[in-house]
Each structure stands twice: as C-alpha cells, then as structure tokens.
Unconditional design. Structure first.
Length: 95
C-alpha cells in the first residue's frame, strides 16, 4: 500500500504521547541506501506492526487514512495519524 501510494516503502512507527497512540509514516524508506534495515528486517517489522494494528482494531482506519491523505513525509517531518481505538483496547496497549 505504501509503495502504491508514494512509490517507496516508508518506515512506520507506533508512538505513544500523552495517553494517545499515533501511527507515524517516517521520511526514511527501504529503497534508500542509508536505510538501516534489510528488506527481510523491514518486512518482519511491518508484519509485526500490521498484526498489532489488526489486534487493536484500527486497520481499516489506517487503510482509509493512507489512501486519502494528501500529505507526504518529508525529511525531518513524519506524517502522523492519531489512532481512534475501540473502547478498552487503548488501555490494554498503554499498560
């Protein structure tokens, strides 16, 4: 999905701030020479993240956002999505 949207495989991170959880699309991407992960490492990281997003019940929200956002990550500026988690799921994650 990232590749189709922006023609590169951006790094993704989950970040917790002030009791909220955000998905961030970072400016670094797999196709960069300086990217710190191998393709296998990147895919394993994405697999784990996708499993977590599915478990939190926010995968549909993330897909919609990735398909509709007009922004693009730029050097030093990640894109962020505040995840709206179903009741009870946020407290499980934030423990």
């Amino acid at each position: 999905m990232l590749q189709a949207r922006w023609q590169v495989s951006y790094d993704l991170q989950l970040v917790q701030r002030r009791g909220r959880v955000y998905l961030q699309v970072m400016w670094a991407y797999l196709e960069q020479q300086s990217f710190p992960l191998s393709e296998e490492g990147y895919r394993a990281k994405l697999e784990e993240l996708v499993g977590l997003l599915n478990g939190l019940g926010v995968a549909g929200q993330v897909r919609r956002w990735l398909l509709t956002t007009t922004d693009k990550p730029r050097l030093g500026k990640a894109l962020g999505l505040a995840l709206e988690m179903p009741a009870g799921r946020a407290s499980e994650f934030l423990l």
